[in-house]
Ligand binder design. Structure first.
Ligand SMILES: Nc1nc2c(ncn2[C@@H]2O[C@H](COP(=O)(O)OP(=O)(O)OP(=O)(O)O)[C@@H](O)[C@H]2O)c(=O)[nH]1
Ligand SMILES: [Mg+2]
Length: 601
């Protein structure tokens, strides 16, 4: 079958520049979704996506327009979910690059654009949100021209709110993007760019049929995982599942694999059709390039608050993993916290979302340890290992060297804030590399290039960056390498009891400052108890900072109306008991917000 009527593209942009809203307009204009079924950011189908107004997962959808089949993939903008973007890009021939006219080019505009250019995709530049009073079309145009070196007439002006420019975007997709090459006669190869577990259908792969075709009943072989399977169903996303007899070369759709375990259906793997007499070595030459496997950036221990909930937690994490290929986890045991898991995340937003899903979808109360980056430690016997938590850090005497991950960091900010950004970055051990300007007019905005330890970014770097630039800066980062560092374990004691979950690895030369800050922020964020709470920070048993949180007692009686003596006495009695119980348990209930307070320093 000819592929000349197929166009595959994704929408990429900085976070919030209007990708999902533009997708709504495209779905509406092409009649893919009926008006009465329409809702804002329709492709953001997870509850959390809708509530937070952000896209977390890539979403493919197929549209019919005139005689064309248009396959669109909406992508997330947040840097934590970059992996979703790069996988989407590998399945398409072009990308619509949206730039918010009121914001101009931002850090992830450039980050995502480079990912698309690496894949040799055709770029269709679109200035979006031109309906906004704050829109600055001319300035945004100058920045895009500077960035892409395209012609001014290549840039489409649009608004996902009013629908302006939508028809022109569809026309550009058809005219400017190449159809996928016609390789229908070749042996079947399908690239898995996403996979998920569906309660009814089992493991489903989102695929781009690169060569050949796939249909129900085909015996298939997943080359990377060496797994044979049989196709139970193929179809398209409209955006709901719509089955079809066959998926042809060049098309994007889904394959119900009949597999039970998502591990067998890895993203980046290639599906081919399997015949018994095919030699294995032949099959391996068919493998498509795929993707580099994603590595977690931050790690945290996750423990059930009630120890007997371990099995519930295990089931919940297993389930969440089914739809989150980038989640890493392994069992962990801690003396203080019991049985739990060490989990790896793409960033703090990813961690935050994971925690919220555990609480919301599985009603689980959990304890999260302070997130940590992965360190490489080399011991005196020259053995190297990777550690993800303070508990795993070998004794100082046995340590030869510690290495920590460094990132390339790009910050875009108006020139007047450059000094503030420089200050923040150097405070956090960042190194300045160079500056570029976003347009020929150098008094506009600058793109600053830095190198910085990842540990600096996973604390509250982004919040601070926003603060020192009055909200104008944006940032993007990627892994660079591992470099030598000096870290020590900082322990936190509350009521003279070490709180295992609050231990962190900190730079030796920042240890005192950090310890003091953590104690201060704990004092502000810990709920008052019915007795004085001592809060301390210690390194190797030596107290380096200490403070006291005054008790709640006064408040309890003050909030009582009237002067009923017995009631007052009763309350005070209760308080006393509570104090006794707390102390005897040696456990202060530490709310999840407190862990974040420790991070934000
Ligand atoms: N005025 C105006 N607002 C818009 C337009 N497009 C989107 N918005 C608003 O901008 C916000 C972000 O829109 P989304 O479509 O969710 O942006 P996104 O790029 O998909 O965001 P992420 O996927 O999280 O990166 C929402 O509040 C939209 O209502 C537009 O053309 N004009
Ligand atoms: Mg979105």
């Amino acid at each position: 079958m000819s592929t000349s009527n197929i166009r595959n593209f994704c929408i990429i942009a900085h976070i919030d520049h209007g990708k999902s809203t533009m997708a709504d307009r495209l779905l509406e204009f092409t009649g893919t979704v009926e008006k009465r079924n329409m809702q804002d950011q329709l492709l953001d189908s997870m509850d959390l996506e809708r509530e937070r107004g952000i896209t977390i997962k890539l979403t493919p959808v197929r549209m019919n327009y005139k005689e064309y089949i248009l396959n669109l993939i909406d992508t997330p903008g947040h840097v934590d979910f970059n992996y979703e973007v790069s996988r989407s890009l590998a399945a398409v021939e072009g990308a619509i690059l949206l730039v918010d006219a009121s914001q101009g080019v931002q850090a992830q505009t450039i980050g995502n654009l480079y990912l698309a250019i690496e894949q040799n995709l055709t770029i269709i530049p679109v200035i979006n949100k031109i309906d906004m009073p704050a829109a600055n079309i001319e300035k945004t145009k100058a920045e895009i021209l500077h960035l892409l070196g395209c012609k001014p007439e290549d840039i489409i002006l649009a608004s996902g709110k009013t629908g302006q420019g939508v028809e022109e975007i569809l026309k550009a997709v058809i005219d400017r993007l190449a159809p996928p090459p016609d390789t229908s006669a070749q042996p079947t190869r399908a690239l898995i760019f996403d996979s998920m577990y569906n309660d009814y259908k089992g493991v489903i792969a989102s695929v781009k049929i690169v060569d050949g075709e796939l249909k129900k009943g085909d015996k298939i072989f997943l080359i990377g995982t060496r797994t044979p399977a049989e196709v139970l169903e193929v179809g398209y996303y409209k955006p709901k599942f719509q089955s079809t007899p066959k998926l042809f070369n060049g098309e994007i759709g889904y394959v119900v694999t009949g597999l039970k375990d998502l591990k067998d259906c890895r993203v980046g793997d290639t599906i081919t059709t399997f015949t018994k007499d095919q030699e294995e070595k032949d099959i391996h030459t068919l493998a498509l390039p795929g993707y580099t496997e994603v590595k977690p950036m931050v790690y945290a221990g996750i423990f059930p608050k009630e120890g007997d909930n371990y099995q519930v937690l295990r089931d919940a994490i297993d389930k969440l993993k089914l739809n989150d290929a980038s989640l890493f986890y392994e069992p962990e045991h801690s003396l203080a916290l019991g049985f739990g898991f060490r989990c790896g995340f793409l960033g703090l937003l990813h961690l935050d979302i994971f925690q919220e899903r555990l609480q919301r979808e599985y009603n689980l109360e959990i304890i999260i340890t302070v997130p940590s980056v992965a360190y490489r430690v080399i011991d005196t016997a020259h053995k190297e290992k990777t550690i993800h938590s303070p508990q795993e850090m070998p004794d100082q005497n046995h340590l030869e060297q510690i290495l920590e991950p460094w990132m390339k960091l790009d910050v875009i900010a108006p020139k007047s804030f450059v000094g503030n950004v420089m200050g923040l970055v150097s405070e956090r051990k960042g190194k300045y590399i160079n500056t570029e300007y976003l347009s020929a007019d150098t008094d506009q905005r600058a793109m600053l290039h830095y190198e910085i330890p990842l540990a600096s970014l996973v604390t509250d770097f982004y919040d601070k960056l926003k603060t020192v630039t009055s909200g104008y800066a944006s940032m993007n980062y990627e892994f660079m390498d591992y470099q030598p560092t000096q870290v020590v374990r900082l322990d936190i004691m509350v009521a003279e009891e070490k709180v295992e979950a609050l231990s962190t690895l900190v730079w030796e030369d920042h240890a005192y400052k950090t310890g003091k800050k953590i104690v201060e922020s704990l004092k502000e964020s810990l709920p008052k108890q019915q007795f004085v709470l001592k809060i301390q920070a210690a390194i190797g048993g030596k107290i380096i900072a200490s403070d006291r949180l005054s008790p709640l007692r006064k408040d309890v009686i003050e909030t009582m109306s009237g002067g009923d003596y017995t009631r007052k006495q009763k309350l005070l009695q209760k308080q006393k008991k509570g104090k006794k119980r707390m102390l005897s348990h040696g456990k202060i209930d530490i709310p999840p917000e407190t862990y974040l307070a420790v991070l934000k320093r």
